[in-house]
Design a binder for this molecule. Structure first.
Ligand code: AMP
Length: 310
């Protein structure tokens, strides 16, 4: 199955209680594509960078089966850059700076050979551009998963609501779900957000796992209790990439399979946070994913026969 990923490819400067980095590889499409590359052989990437973007990063993406031929390189311009600082609990962070740079005039061109992609990952990006991508697909993809963040809720709430009407799955964190819906209860928030368009809603709760909502059903995936969390940056994008990568590989978009995809997303996110930036994802091996899937199964499996427990 084919997967098209659109979003940001960025330079990130990060500050966590464990250290500081400057200008490392980041971006929503980078994390999502790297995560999905564990499930499918070829991912079509549509994004933009400036002439300051190192060739070595492009090569690394290609080595992971990510086709970069539609990654636009803008001469004389700078790559999108973002910096953030994490609080001591690592669950909350402040955006220190966002420099849109090349993103300001980004026109996401979808080449002819990508037009038949069945799965579309709209990683975090301006909702106006996300909608443009959907409109430019000549054949509607089988599944559209969209990620977004508070930045776009503040900057362009109306554009965001228009785009939400066109997607199947929205993935946000708990704070963003509350902001978008105006509801504190996540159950009420989910019902409101699903009325805005998406049939499925994923609400990520950091170290407290993730919820998948559909109609009146809800499913929960835990996060693995980890000894060390170095840098949560990109965990949300990685989660979404693992989620859609698994769905694309199995080509099954039933609610039952989405539950499995939620676990795969959580597994991938659990690796992402173990090192700074994309480092852990770049070096991830298949056996490690399988081992961690087993840890997830062991974490939540218990035997209760209902009659006996009463
Ligand atoms: P996450 O931690 O999953 O929210 O994703 C963090 C990644 O998103 C970083 O690598 C940033 O480069 C990227 N990012 C930050 N702000 C934005 C934005 N406004 N639009 C798109 N991507 C962003």
């Amino acid at each position: 199955m084919s997967l098209l990923a659109v979003g940001t490819v960025a330079f990130d400067a990060l500050e966590t209680p464990f250290g500081k980095t400057d200008k490392i590889l980041g971006g929503s499409a980078t994390y999502s594509s790297l995560a999905a590359s564990n499930y499918i052989d070829r991912i079509e990437l549509v994004s933009v960078v400036g002439e300051d973007f190192p060739e070595a990063y492009i090569q690394m993406l290609q080595e992971h089966g990510i086709n970069t031929s539609a990654l636009q390189i803008k001469h004389g311009e700078k790559t999108f850059s973002w910096s953030g600082k994490y609080h001591h609990d690592m669950n909350t962070r402040d955006t220190l700076d966002t420099q849109l740079n090349v993103l300001e005039k980004f026109d996401p061109i979808i080449p002819d050979q990508y037009q038949d992609c069945n799965y579309l990952m709209l990683a975090n990006l301006s909702p106006k551009l996300q909608r443009k991508v959907i409109q430019r697909m000549r054949k509607k993809p089988k599944l559209i998963v969209m990620d977004t963040m508070n930045f776009w809720m503040d900057m362009m709430p109306d554009e965001l609501k228009e785009t939400l009407k066109l997607v199947n799955v929205l993935s946000v964190n708990d704070e963003e779900a509350r902001q978008l819906s105006g509801e504190y209860s996540l159950v009420k928030a989910a019902q409101k957000i699903m009325k805005m368009g998406p049939d499925y809603l994923v609400i990520k709760k950091g170290e407290h796992g993730a919820l998948l909502f559909h109609e009146s059903e809800v499913f929960f995936a835990p996060a693995l209790p980890l000894e060390e969390v170095f840098d949560p940056t990109g965990a949300g994008d990685t989660f979404a990439g693992g989620f859609i990568g698994y769905l694309a590989a199995t080509d099954d978009i039933s609610f039952g399979n989405m539950k499995r995809a939620l676990i795969h997303g959580s597994v991938l996110a659990s690796f992402c946070v173990e090192k700074f930036g994309t480092e852990r994802l770049v070096n991830l091996r298949q056996e490690e994913i399988e081992g961690r899937l087993q840890q997830f199964i062991d974490l939540v499996q218990f035997d209760i026969v209902l009659e006996d427990s009463l």
